[in-house]
Structures are given as structure tokens and as C-alpha cells.
Design a protein around this ligand. Structure first.
Ligand SMILES: Nc1ncnc2c1ncn2[C@@H]1O[C@H](COP(=O)(O)OP(=O)(O)OP(=O)(O)O)[C@@H](O)[C@H]1O
Length: 364
């Protein structure tokens, strides 16, 4: 009996697992004014230890200001920022123990790669033998062992950015701040560096705050994304939730493409009764494009089906994108190219259908 009772008591590991992860960074009603302009307006946000959080938004939405406030390069006009539960408003940038990577690398141009990496260790009083050991280990980690003696200008953009990441991590700070880290790189390199950053995050487990206006980068890298608009937080969520369940039209349009079903000729069928001021939104890849006389789907009773005419088709490698006129609305449908699939062209009559449950109502 006693043994049975014991099995109901959580083990120490279970208790640890269930304990809420303490917030490492907290923005508490932070506002930053530049004259009459509020670059950041009353934002509150809490970031857990080890989390990768991306601040995403259009130009001028306040992303960089939020990061600069956290880095200590500027101070809040109102509100407070806490790190590990303590206010850092009075703590200067160099005492905040954060690794920072900027878009423009910001490596010291007159120092070799190895000396660039040594610098943060020197600042923290690490002795020279230990510095040499850590630099060599870190160069190896970012696959730049043979480049230690080069000057930054003798490296490619991707290599320079790997040095910048290595320099931000080498002193083992608990927090890593990334300001448009891949902005200066071309598309292929950006994809490689996204993997590199993801691997480094997994390996080093740093609480990471990344600023970007690149939605794909945000979706790929982040545990959660903060979407900012005009200095305020529009929505905070996981990438999947933001994409599948945006709360507002702004978020729906900012993260990927969205069809807004508001034309008078398109009566949306839904099992949900929308509140006033909401509009129906449907992602292009949720729409199936069929020949008008195509076979009925097995789940047809859960689908809305409408007749349309193809306006044009854009072939984009693995994807085919259709613009389809349905009365007074033009819908975008996107399908993955597959063999044996019927392909339609401008002027073709088609039948579109989608699951009614894929329609999402968002604030207009
Ligand atoms: N030092 C400053 N002085 C005056 N206004 C500023 C200053 N820094 C930012 N702002 C203003 O604050 C607002 C937010 O700027 P911020 O740079 O944070 O936006 P952002 O989202 O990072 O934009 P971007 O993607 O273009 O860098 C903008 O209207 C900007 O003009």
C-alpha cells in the first residue's frame, strides 16, 4: 500500500519538468519616445531561459528600438526591463553580459579573426592560455580554424558572420542578441546561415532575441515570434500558431500570403459565427483547384466549393500559383507541383474547394 502511495508522489525530475521556466528577460510596459514619436509603445513581454524569440515587423515598427533597449544602447522613457528578475535600466551596455551580432558584422577591421575572438575574453580578464584555448575551440566550432590569422576583409560575408557569431558566444554570455544577422547575405548563404544559427542555438542554449523583417527567417529560427506594428505588439505566438491562427489581418498578410474573403459575390460558409468587424481569411495552399467536372472528394460535405475562372498561372519551381476570379473576388491558390496533376491556364473554368474549418476569422 505504502509503495502504491509513493508512486503518486512526483519525483524530483518530474517536479523540475513541471516547474515553470523562469522568465529571463521581461519588458514591463516599456515605452521609448523620440520627441513626439513613440518608437516603442507600452510593450510587455516575457522571454524564457533558452528561448529563441524573434521580433518581426515592417520598417519603422520599433523592432530595432526594442533590441537597443535590451542591449542598453538606449534607455526606456517609461517602464522597465528586467533580466533574471533584476532591473537593468541603470546597468550600462558593457555590463549586461550579452553577446551581440549586427547585420554589418561589426568585426574590428584592424584585428585578425583570432584577435577579434580574443577581445571579449580579454575584456573579462581571462588569462592568455585560457584565451588561446577558447579561441581555437571556437574557431574549430565555426569551421574557421585555418582563418585565425586573416583579417576580416579577407573573409567572405558568410565567414565574417560566422566570426561575429563566434565572438558573441565565446565569453559564454547567457543572452544573445541578433540584429538582422543575415540581412547582408545573399539568399543561398542566408539559408545555410539559418541552419548554422539553429545549430548554435541548440548547442549553446542561449536565450536569443533576433530582430528581422524577413518572415521566412523568423518562421525557420524561432520558438516564438513577436509581430510588431507601429511600436506595439500585434501578436506573440509560435511560428505555427501565427501562420495558422493569426488574430489580425495585418499578421495574416505579414506572415505569408492570405486571401481575404470579403467580396459580395463570395458567401463564406463556416461553422463559426464571426464577431462584428472580423473578416474571413484563407491561406492559398488550403485551396484546391479542380476541373469543373472533377470527382467529388470523400470529405466534400466539410468543404465549400465555388466556380471560378483562371486569370493566370505562375510557375515557381516546386510551386504553381493560380489567380482565380470568383465573381468580384480574385483568390490566390497555391499547389505543390506533382506529376500527373492537371494544369490550368488563363481562361479555364475551374472549381475551387477548401475545408470550411480552414477559414479563419481575423480582425479587419
Ligand atoms: N534615434 C532616433 N531618433 C528619432 N527617431 C527614431 C530614432 N530611432 C528610431 N526612431 C523612430 O522610431 C520608429 C521605430 O524605429 P526602429 O528603428 O525601431 O524601427 P524598425 O522596425 O527597426 O525599422 P527598420 O526595419 O527600418 O530598421 C521609427 O519611426 C523611427 O523613425
Amino acid at each position: 500500500m505504502a509503495l502504491k502511495m509513493k508512486s503518486y508522489l512526483p519525483t524530483e525530475d518530474e517536479l523540475l519538468e513541471k516547474a515553470p521556466v523562469p522568465a529571463q528577460i521581461e519588458f514591463c510596459n516599456v515605452t521609448k519616445l523620440y520627441g513626439a514619436v513613440a518608437a516603442v509603445k507600452d510593450i510587455s513581454l516575457s522571454v524564457s531561459r533558452g528561448e529563441f524569440l524573434t521580433i518581426l515587423g515592417p520598417s519603422g515598427s520599433g523592432k530595432t528600438t526594442a533590441l537597443m533597449l535590451l542591449a542598453g544602447f538606449t534607455t526606456p522613457s517609461e517602464g522597465d526591463i528586467l533580466i533574471a528578475g533584476k532591473s537593468v535600466s541603470e546597468v550600462p551596455s558593457y555590463r549586461r553580459d550579452q553577446g551581440i551580432v549586427f547585420q554589418s558584422y561589426a568585426l574590428f577591421p584592424h584585428l585578425t579573426v583570432a584577435r577579434n575572438l580574443e577581445f571579449p575574453l580579454e575584456m573579462r580578464g581571462v588569462n592568455s592560455a585560457e584565451r588561446a584555448k577558447r579561441v581555437s575551440r571556437m574557431l574549430e566550432r565555426v569551421r574557421l580554424s585555418e582563418f585565425g590569422g586573416r583579417m576580416p576583409s579577407q573573409l567572405s560575408g558568410g565567414q565574417q558572420q560566422r566570426v561575429a557569431l563566434a565572438r558573441a558566444l565565446i565569453a559564454d554570455p547567457p543572452i544573445l542578441l541578433l540584429d538582422e544577422p543575415l540581412g547582408a547575405l545573399d539568399r543561398n548563404l542566408r539559408e545555410q546561415m539559418q541552419i548554422e544559427i539553429k545549430d548554435l542555438h541548440r548547442e549553446f542554449g542561449k536565450t536569443t532575441i533576433c530582430v528581422t523583417h524577413d518572415q521566412e527567417e523568423a518562421l525557420t529560427l524561432s520558438d516564438r515570434i513577436v509581430v510588431m506594428r507601429s511600436g506595439q505588439i500585434e501578436q506573440i505566438d509560435t511560428p505555427e500558431a501565427l501562420y495558422d491562427r493569426p488574430n489580425t489581418r495585418f499578421v495574416a498578410n505579414f506572415l505569408g500570403e492570405a486571401n481575404v474573403l470579403e467580396g459580395a459575390d463570395l458567401k463564406v460558409q463556416s461553422d463559426v459565427v464571426p464577431s462584428p468587424g472580423m473578416v474571413a481569411m484563407l491561406r492559398p495552399e488550403r485551396i484546391c483547384v479542380n476541373a469543373p467536372t472533377g470527382p467529388r472528394r470523400s470529405d466534400a460535405e466539410h468543404r465549400q466549393s465555388v466556380a471560378g475562372v483562371i486569370e493566370d498561372m505562375i510557375y515557381a519551381g516546386p510551386l504553381r500559383k493560380y489567380r482565380v476570379r470568383v465573381g468580384d473576388t480574385v483568390l490566390i491558390a497555391r499547389e505543390h507541383v506533382a506529376s500527373g496533376q492537371e494544369v490550368f491556364g488563363a481562361g479555364d473554368e475551374v472549381r475551387l474547394d477548401w475545408l470550411r474549418s480552414d477559414v479563419r476569422f481575423v480582425t479587419a
